[in-house]
Design a protein around this ligand. Structure first.
Ligand SMILES: *Cc1c(COP(=O)(O)O)cnc(C)c1O
Length: 347
């Protein structure tokens, strides 16, 4: 595996070559059969997408952080939950590029994964600001934005057309693996749906290839933030972006269908459910690091249900959690933890 000079999608729609690109990943990520389900269930190991940190934010960052550097940013400013993987990824990659990173954090249910993430954020050199509730988080963010030196903002999810290209590209990568016989073409792809950038990118990719594959977005947050309309709008915006940059007409990039599975959210974003706890344990076994209940645990619960409901389908579980750069044994507050963050480790 080597760092590539440009993504597959740039070669497929040449107008995209005008965009800045920053190689951060080691590709392709593996596809593997999940033995416990027999012959027809597979996993795409995006948890291993980069050495520093994996998961589904990194392919997007190759475009987003490239844009930040191109604009001369010196500070990355981001907002996320206490256990946000986007915050962790922003800090790790931002610091490795020599940028300052400030993250404003909103409350979410306290879990072991949250303590691990906070400890990782501090150790990696992020500046953490505790926002608490949503309103105060927004106020704090605006304050930080005024103060920051040449800031570039990455909002929760970062699911605009530019970063979404990362998952259009990921689907082209998968197509190569199918062509080489590494796995059969999937009938369904199961992936968590938060801000929806992953679902949108994959759906545009499936359309582009003309595959009959159905992308299943497992809803892990409130319906106002994540629903068929918001996801559909992202699919269209991403398709339009590709189309305008030399890709096929937009209609050819939006014909695939995605569906949402709403059954596994429980009380809300980040809240554990018994099914999500079991799912997190299963994900942990497959990835070899502790799972978590917010995203992958709920997506795994949906995977099990889909496997039962569609007994003949080839199903691909797209791994969105990181198995790299994790420090699950270091969940104590590091020495320089801000005083507003410290008490969160005790809960
Ligand atoms: C951010 C994240 C998601 C959500 O992805 P979206 O593209 O925002 O829908 C899913 N799983 C994990 C582990 C994540 O960190």
């Amino acid at each position: 595996m080597t760092r590539r000079r440009e993504p597959l999608v740039f070669a497929a729609a040449r107008g995209l070559r005008t965009l800045p690109f920053l190689p951060l990943t080691d590709l392709p990520t593996r596809v593997e059969r999940i033995a416990r389900f027999g012959e027809r269930v597979w996993i795409k190991r995006d948890d291993e997408v980069a050495e520093l940190y994996g998961g589904n934010k990194i392919r997007r960052f190759e475009l987003l952080l490239a844009r930040a550097l191109d604009e001369g940013a010196r500070t990355l400013l981001t907002v996320g939950g206490l256990a946000s993987t986007q915050v962790a990824a922003t800090i790790l990659f931002g610091r490795s590029l020599g940028l300052d990173v400030t993250a404003v954090l909103f409350d979410q249910p306290h879990t072991a994964f949250m303590r691990e993430s906070l400890a990782l954020d501090v150790r990696a050199g992020g500046r953490l600001v505790y926002g608490g509730g949503y309103a105060r988080t927004v106020a704090r963010y605006l304050e930080e934005r005024r103060r920051a030196f040449r800031p570039f903002t990455i909002l929760p999810g970062a699911s605009s057309p530019l970063p979404n290209l990362g998952y259009v590209d990921a689907l082209l990568e998968l197509a190569g693996q199918v062509e080489r016989g590494e796995m059969p073409r999937p009938d369904r792809i199961v992936v968590p749906a938060g801000s929806g950038g992953t679902v949108a990118g994959l759906t545009v990719g499936v359309s582009w290839l003309g595959w009959p594959t159905r992308v299943v977005g497992v809803r892990i947050t409130d319906l106002v933030a994540s629903n068929p309309l918001t996801l559909g709008a992202l699919v269209h915006a991403t398709a339009r972006f590709v189309s305008r940059h030399g890709g096929p007409p937009r209609e050819a990039l939006t014909r695939a269908r995605f569906e949402m599975d709403h059954r596994f959210l429980g009380e809300g974003y980040g809240y554990p459910t018994p099914e999500a706890e079991r799912g997190a344990a299963a994900v942990g076994e497959v990835l070899g690091v502790p799972g978590e209940v917010t995203y992958s645990g709920k997506a795994w619960a949906a995977l099990e249900r889909k496997v039962a409901e569609h007994p003949r389908d080839v199903i691909l579980f797209w791994s969105t959690l990181s198995s790299r750069g994790r420090t699950p044994d270091r969940t104590d507050p590091p020495p320089d933890t801000p005083s507003a963050i410290c008490p969160l480790f005790a809960l």
